[in-house]
Design a protein. Sequence first.
Length: 241
Amino acid sequence: MARDKVCVVIGAGDATGGAIARRFAREGYTAVVTRRSADKLADLVARITGEGGKVHPFGSDARDEAQVVELFRRVETEIGDVEVFVFNIGGNVRFDIRDTTARVYRKVWEMTAFAGFLTAREAAKAMVPRQRGTMLFTGATASLRGGRGFSAFAGGKHAVRALAQSMARELGPQNIHVAHVVVDGAIDTEWIRTNFPERYDAGPDAVLDPDDIAETYWQLHCQKRSAWTFEMDLRPWKETW
């Protein structure tokens, strides 16, 4: 009997992560969506279900090895084959270096670098024996350069990019497509609308639409292996860079 094709989204928030899960669900994939609190996934689950898709929510801390191992064990044994893995945890904080505490730096590193490693490792364990799969990592401007006040965030995002680079070189020859997406700009969320209303004064499409980001992830997954992309960057047409 055919098993479900599963898209696992680690960090399925209200914007990008949720839009990615919905995009893959529309193509017949079973979306497995995770956040630390399963209660925060209720709206996303209702929306995917309402659109005719299949979804399974999990409350899982991506920084906890035991929880991550158990997550992937349950997905593979109870739901289906992990065909797509998306790591979408942010960790964006801003502190001057003198105000960056050890706790803040460690927490951001755990949310980005360490969580990325743990979840991607388990996804690779599922994919390699089948010799197929797509692994997509959400990056940011901080993945490429560290800005003032972003020492913790940039450190974590640089580490995720390096992880993706290493995995692409290791797993590409095993028919597993690894890609890193640099999201270079403000994403259309309630937080941006509330705190940076001037972003919208520039006119239509001046901020990144989560659904448009999700479409790019789908296109990456659909690429032919003779012309795989490792890294691409996305920004609104009016973004300075």
